[in-house]
Design a binder for this molecule. Structure first.
Ligand SMILES: [Zn+2]
Length: 314
């Protein structure tokens, strides 16, 4: 099958903060150690006296690590070389060829640049930890609806139904973000047993937003321009099969052979189906999707544990 001609780009100007491995993922303050996705010493200490929020972090961070690993293994995007425009470095990609795994651009030792109206405002040479941060930005581009669809089941299992996690509710929210490059965006909203609410977002990195867990009142003020829809956990997955088929996306068995790209021209997978058949197909898709994500998570967890054992045995 030929490469899709659909092309998108991301500008370094908007992802500056999300490229900094020295930022604490809670307060975004500078830490001396370049360690992606970790908390600064102050936040780590203060979280110890907030056991509910501490438990939420402990449950959410492995889910984020899984999500990034999942995206890395299913990515079909074909990246072009980075170029410069009046905003600085930009990265362009095609959606890629179904079934063909694509590599992320290697930026080690390369310089990226931020400009405003052509005037250079900053530069950074990417090192190892910054390359990791950079990859998380690229992997999450245009994935916010997929994160809601695919991660809902894992949030149900690991947050809502987990005995030691104080989460009583998770919702799926669609909104217009306060961001120049994005007309609409999805987030999860988590309610703890003491009624405090937090945005939990696995794809904010694409917008240059670093934290994964943010107090909902702050998220609402800083990130949300207009709230469009609020759904119960798992609702989007039940509705999005048609959208998913339209985009030639399907879920297969592990190891991670999911296809997330464009359909062949003129393909009409729903043609001739009655309304009831469509409804059943949507539900069947939803159950299958949930089941597959549990399988993927289990496979990933086993790999991580094996890696830990391997390192200890050295
Ligand atoms: Zn901090």
């Amino acid at each position: 099958m030929a490469d899709s001609t659909t092309k998108s780009s991301i500008s370094a100007l908007y992802i500056q903060i999300a490229l900094n491995p020295n930022s604490c993922i809670n307060c975004t303050n500078f830490t001396t150690k370049a360690d992606p996705n970790t908390l600064c010493a102050q936040c780590a200490t203060s979280l110890k006296s907030d056991s509910l929020l501490f438990s939420l972090y402990r449950a959410v961070l492995p889910l984020y690590a899984f999500w990034i690993a999942f995206l890395r293994r299913t990515s079909r995007r074909k990246w072009e070389d980075d170029t410069l425009d009046k905003f600085g470095t930009i990265f362009r990609f095609h959606l890629g060829t179904p079934g063909v795994q694509a590599q992320l651009p290697e930026m080690l030792g390369r310089e990226i640049e931020w400009r405003i109206e052509g005037v250079v405002k900053g530069q950074k040479t990417l090192d190892g930890p910054a390359q990791q941060m950079f990859e998380q930005v690229l992997l999450t581009v245009l994935q916010c609806d997929n994160a809601i669809m695919l991660m809902a089941e894992l949030l149900l299992v690991h947050l809502v139904n987990a005995p030691n996690v104080p989460v009583i509710k998770v919702e799926e929210l669609l909104f217009k973000p306060k961001h120049n490059m994005c007309p609409q965006h999805w987030t999860f909203r988590v309610t703890l047993s003491d009624q405090r609410q937090f945005a939990v977002n696995f794809t904010d990195r694409q917008l240059g937003w670093l934290p994964i867990v943010v107090p909902w009142k702050n998220y609402l003020i800083e990130r949300v321009d207009k709230l469009y829809e609020v759904h119960q956990l798992g609702d989007w997955r039940k509705k999005c099969r048609r959208e998913y088929l339209k985009r030639w996306q399907r879920i297969q068995a592990p190891p991670f052979d999911m296809v997330l790209e464009e359909p062949p021209a003129g393909w009409k997978p729903d043609e001739g189906l009655e309304e009831k058949e469509l409804e059943n197909a949507n539900l069947a898709f939803s159950y299958r999707c949930a089941e597959k994500m549990r399988e993927y998570y289990g496979a990933w967890e086993a790999e991580v544990e094996a890696e830990v054992r391997r390192r200890r045995g050295r």
